[in-house]
Design a protein around this ligand. Structure first.
Ligand code: BG6
Length: 538
C-alpha cells in the first residue's frame, strides 16, 4: 500500500492496562465455567498410531480435560495395526503429548485422561476387527457408563473412509437409537475434484446419514475465523458498511513460510490450489460474504455459507488465463537467513514437477451485496512469512477536502482481520499529523486477542471435538459445501492441467510469490497489502 508516516507505524501490540479492558464481557475461553461438559461417550480413533493422534487429538482431549469439559463417563479407544496394550499406549501418548504441549502439560490432568485411554490392535480392512471393537465397546459402556454414544474419528487416509464406515455399518456400530448417538469425523482431502467428492459422499451416505458425518476443516476451529461472524453480526456499526457501496475489494492471504516438508508425494497430487483454496480459503470467504443467518443453528449458518459459494461466479476457461495465477518456488533465502532448496528438490517430488506451490485467484460474486466487489485470494508455500489475514479495503472518500494534504497519503481505509499469528483486528485510517500544516498520516487501531483473552493453549481441535460430542455441526462442512468448493475451482484445475506451466520455478523461496500475482491486482489499479510482521517489514 501507500507510504505511511513512520511516526505513525504501530510498534506491535501493547498489553492494555487492566482499567482499560472491558470488564463486562466474559473473557474466559472454553472451560466448564462457560460451557457444560460433553455428554457420556467413547471416542474411537482409527489411526491411533499416527501423527494426528499424538500432535492434535490427544492434546486437544487433554485441554478439554483441563477445562473440566470431559465427563467422568468418557473413554478413548485407539485402534491401529501396531501391537500394544493399554499401558504401552498410555506411556507412548504421555511422552508425545508432554513433548507437544510443553508448558500447558500437567501431571494431574494427564493422569485423569490417561486412565481413560484404551488401545486395540486391529486391521482396519478386516471384519474381525469390528466384531472385536463391538465387544470392547460393550465392555467399556458397562464399566464406564458411556451409554453407547460413539464418536468415530477417522485419522486415516481418505482411501480408507469407505472401508471403515462400511464395516462399522455391518456390525451395527453406526445405527443410532433415540437414546444413543453415533457420529463420524473425517478430515480433508474430501476428494480431488467435484466427481471424486461426490463419489466419496455417496460412499459415506451408503452407511451414514448426513447428520452423522462431521467433516473437519481445521480453519473452522480457529477462534479468529469464528470471530469473523461475531465481529460482523454482533456490532451494529459494521454491517451497514459491509457491502459494495462501501467496500472496494477484499483480500484473503494464507501465506506459509514452510515448504512441503515430508509431504512431497501428496503435494505432487494436490498442489496449492487443491490443498488450500476449495477448503480453507473458501471457508474464510464464506464467513466474510454470508448474509446474516436467522439464527446460529448449524443448518442456518451452513445454508448461508452454501448460498455464498453458489453465488461465486466460476471462472470461464478464458478468464482463468487472466484471473488465476500459479507459481512454484525455486531455491531461495528465507527472511531468517536460512537458505532453502527448491520445491523440485523435495523428497517425493519430480525434478521436472509442474505442480504449483502458489495460487492466486480473483473471484466475484453475483449477489446484490457483492456485485462488482472483487475477492482476491492467494496462498503459497515458502513465502516470506507464515501469516494469514483478511483485508477489507474500503472505498476512498469521495472528495479530498484538505487542499494542502499530501494526496499520496490519502490511502483508503482498511480493516485487517489477522487470523494467525498475533490474532486480532486492525483498523487503518487517516489522521491529522499534529502541526501547523494540514498533513494526513495513516494510523492503526489495533485489537490483539492475546491482550484481552490471554494466550490459552489450544490445538484448534478442542472446539471441534467438543461440538461434535454435543451434536453441533455448525463448524463442520456439509456434503454440499464440499462439492460447491470443488465446483468453484474446477475450471482452474482444467486449464492448469491442459496447459502446463512453462516458467516454473517462477518465484524464489522467501519472497511473496510470482510477479504475475502482483499484476493480478495492479491491472485493476490495486495492490496486495504489504504485510508487516512484528519483527520488521517483510
Ligand atoms: C492443511 C494443508 O490443510 O493446512 C497444509 O494440507 C497446510 O498444506 C495447512 O500447511 C495450513 O494450516 P495452518 O493452520 O497452519 O494455516
Amino acid at each position: 500500500m501507500q507510504a505511511v508516516d513512520s511516526r505513525f507505524l504501530h510498534n506491535g501490540p501493547q498489553p492494555l492496562p487492566p482499567e482499560h479492558r472491558m470488564s463486562d464481557v466474559p473473557l474466559d475461553r472454553l472451560t466448564s465455567e462457560t460451557a457444560p461438559p460433553a455428554p457420556p461417550n467413547v471416542m474411537i480413533i482409527f489411526g491411533a498410531g499416527g501423527d494426528l493422534t499424538k500432535r492434535k487429538l490427544i492434546p486437544a482431549l487433554f485441554h478439554l480435560c483441563q477445562g473440566q469439559l470431559l465427563p467422568d463417563t468418557f473413554a478413548v479407544v485407539g485402534l491401529d495395526r501396531l501391537e500394544m496394550d493399554d499401558t504401552a499406549f498410555r506411556t507412548l501418548m504421555a511422552q508425545e503429548v508432554e513433548k507437544h504441549l510443553g508448558a500447558s502439560w500437567d501431571r494431574a490432568t494427564w493422569d485423569r485422561l490417561s486412565e481413560r485411554l484404551h488401545y486395540m490392535q486391529g486391521n482396519i480392512k478386516e471384519e474381525d476387527t469390528y466384531v472385536a471393537l463391538c465387544e470392547r465397546l460393550t465392555r467399556i459402556d458397562a464399566e464406564r457408563d458411556t451409554e453407547g454414544n460413539y464418536l468415530f474419528y477417522l485419522a486415516v487416509p481418505p482411501s480408507l473412509f469407505g472401508d471403515i464406515t462400511r464395516h462399522l455399518g455391518t456390525v451395527g456400530l453406526t445405527a443410532e437409537t433415540p437414546d444413543d448417538w453415533r457420529r463420524v469425523i473425517i478430515e480433508k482431502p474430501f476428494g480431488q475434484d467435484v466427481q471424486s467428492a461426490k463419489a466419496l459422499n455417496g460412499l459415506l451416505h451408503e452407511t451414514l446419514d448426513e447428520e452423522q458425518i462431521y467433516r473437519i476443516d481445521h480453519y473452522l476451529g480457529k477462534e479468529t475465523v469464528q470471530n469473523i461472524m461475531v465481529f460482523r453480526f454482533s456490532n451494529g456499526f459494521i454491517e451497514p458498511l459491509w457491502n459494495r457501496q462501501h467496500i472496494d475489494h477484499i483480500q484473503i492471504t494464507v501465506a506459509e513460510s514452510v515448504g512441503v516438508e515430508h509431504r512431497g508425494e501428496y503435494y505432487e497430487q494436490a498442489g496449492a490450489l487443491r490443498d488450500m483454496i476449495p477448503n480453507h480459503l473458501l471457508v474464510l470467504l464464506g464467513f466474510l460474504a454470508m448474509e446474516p443467518p436467522n439464527s446460529f443453528d448449524s443448518e442456518a449458518v451452513r445454508d448461508e455459507i452454501n448460498k455464498v459459494l453458489d453465488a461465486v461466479c466460476p471462472l470461464t476457461h478464458e478468464q482463468v488465463l487472466t484471473n488465476a495465477v500459479r507459481g512454484q518456488y525455486g531455491e531461495g533465502i528465507m527472511p531468517s537467513g536460512e537458505k532453502v532448496p527448491s520445491y523440485r528438490s523435495s523428497t517425493g517430488v519430480s525434478p521436472q514437477s509442474g505442480r504449483e506451490t502458489y495460487a492466486a485467484l480473483k473471484l466475484t460474486m453475483d449477489t446484490w451485496r457483492w456485485a462488482g466487489v472483487p475477492f482476491y485470494l492467494r496462498t503459497g508455500k515458502r513465502l516470506a512469512a507464515q501469516y494469514t489475514e483478511v483485508v477489507i479495503q474500503f472505498k476512498r472518500a469521495p472528495k479530498i477536502m484538505f487542499k494542502d494534504a499530501d494526496v499520496e497519503q490519502m490511502t483508503p481505509d482498511m480493516l485487517v482481520l489477522r487470523i494467525q499469528p498475533n490474532e486480532g483486528i486492525q483498523m487503518s485510517f487517516g489522521a491529522k499529523i499534529p502541526g501547523p500544516q494540514m498533513r494526513v498520516g495513516r494510523v492503526n487501531m489495533d485489537f490483539c486477542y492475546a491482550d484481552y483473552f490471554g494466550n490459552a493453549p489450544a490445538t484448534g481441535y478442542e472446539t471441534l471435538i467438543y461440538d461434535c460430542m454435543h451434536g453441533d455441526a455448525t463448524l463442520f462442512k456439509h456434503a454440499d459445501t464440499v462439492e460447491k468448493g470443488w465446483e468453484i475451482v474446477e475450471s482452474v484445475m482444467d486449464v492448469w492441467t491442459a496447459l502446463p506451466a512453462r516458467d516454473f520455478p517462477n518465484y524464489a523461496a522467501g519472497t511473496w510469490g510470482p510477479a504475475a500475482a502482483g499484476r493480478l491486482l495492479k491491472n485493476d489499479g490495486r495492490l496486495w497489502r504489504r504485510i508487516e510482521m512484528p519483527q520488521g517489514r517483510v
